[in-house]
Design a protein around this ligand. Structure first.
Ligand SMILES: [Zn+2]
Length: 362
């Protein structure tokens, strides 16, 4: 078994140097380069392709013909080579050699790797503690405080230009403990202060349900709770919002947020929601709303994803709602209301500054 296996993702220039060095110190051994990329014939060595775009702990590979394994690395950051190490360990390799760009060689193995990994997760916890521990913000979902919440959203020129609420990049959006979103926290506050959803017997339809809210609603044993989405496997019913299979006047409360902007015939969807809502029932129907556009902009001929992103703000949106959104809701029969919290609450719960709840009744 005079064969060496060589693995790693480094630049070709560095790899060339590493291969030449290994050849010089093991002149009698043949080298096989194992790679996920198609780089055969670039070097004067045997080449073996591994399926997949990158190494992973799920890929089987037979190393029995090799006596020595080298991992070629650009640096010694363990996380960067986690896939490679786990690929090796998965295939029974407990000890291997690492070669760095300066041609230093180090023996590495399963035990060292797991020890380093443990140490890194400890470092991560310390980092989290230093960054987020504190009392500035409060999350109603997990009842925990934090000094800083985590950023989310895409920095979008479109959202900025049209002053769109309910999206875009936010610095303090995600609860670092449970991952609740700013808009979920606003919704939670609305439901708590303006409905009996957490305490009384209500029939509730939750379309495209928010995960954390679902978990909390399920804790109210009295609730008659229906979750619904067109495709998701995590809901009770897969239904088209323009064709709901429920009887008229069934629900006390409907929660349907960030759905209508995806629906071609949103008026038909609104009519369906109106039909299944009880008289005096409440529905919360949030959408991304462009505060400085009066008339909703839609164009059915735009089906290309990039064009949709340019015109409507997101690849899977079919329109951008302007301030006439409320008129659309009224056109199917709803009475429309807006609800906003005070500045202190917004600050405490780290809510989106301009966001307010649009709710309707029948
Ligand atoms: Zn939380």
């Amino acid at each position: 078994m005079n064969k060496i296996a060589l693995i790693g993702s480094v630049s070709l220039e560095i790899l060339k140097r590493q291969i030449e060095y290994i050849q010089s110190i093991f002149p009698d051994m043949s080298i096989t380069l194992i790679s996920c990329k198609k780089i055969e014939n670039l070097f004067n060595v045997e080449y073996r392709h591994v399926n997949g775009n990158s190494f992973s702990k799920d890929i089987d590979f037979d190393f029995s013909e090799f006596s020595t394994i080298f991992v070629c690395q650009n640096n010694n950051v363990v996380q960067n080579y986690q896939n490679v190490y786990e690929f090796l360990i998965h295939n029974g390799i407990n000890s291997f050699k690492i070669i760095y760009p300066d041609l230093k060689i180090k023996i590495f193995g399963k035990n060292t790797y797991f020890l380093k990994k443990k140490f890194l997760s400890l470092l991560e916890k310390i980092n989290f503690f230093l960054k987020c521990y504190g009392k500035n913000y409060f999350c109603p979902f997990c009842n925990k405080t934090s000094r800083k919440m985590l950023p989310t959203g895409v920095k979008s020129e479109f959202f900025k230009k049209y002053n769109v609420i309910g999206g875009g990049y936010r610095e303090n959006a995600l609860c670092p403990h449970c991952g609740s979103f700013d808009r979920e926290r606003l919704l939670y506050l609305f439901l708590k202060e303006n409905t009996s959803i957490f305490t009384d017997k209500n029939s509730v339809l939750h379309m495209a349900p928010e995960k954390r809210l679902t978990e909390i609603l399920k804790q109210n044993r009295q609730i008659e709770y229906y979750t619904c989405d067109l495709y998701s496997q995590d809901v009770m019913y897969n239904m088209d919002i323009t064709d709901l299979k429920f009887e008229d006047n069934k629900f006390d409360i409907i929660i349907c947020n960030h759905v209508l902007e995806h629906i071609d015939n949103d008026i038909k969807a609104m009519k369906e929601l109106y039909r299944v809502l009880k008289k005096d029932g409440k529905a919360i129907l949030q959408v991304p709303l462009a505060l400085n556009i009066q008339n909703t902009y839609e164009d059915r001929s735009v089906i290309d994803e990039d064009e949709r992103e340019n015109k409507f703000g997101q690849k899977d949106h079919v329109r951008i709602y302007g301030m006439d959104y409320m008129d659309r809701l009224r056109s199917v029969g709803f009475s429309v209301f807006e609800w906003k919290t005070g500045p202190e609450v917004r600050e405490r719960y780290s809510l989106i500054d301009k966001e307010f709840i649009i709710w309707v009744t029948k």
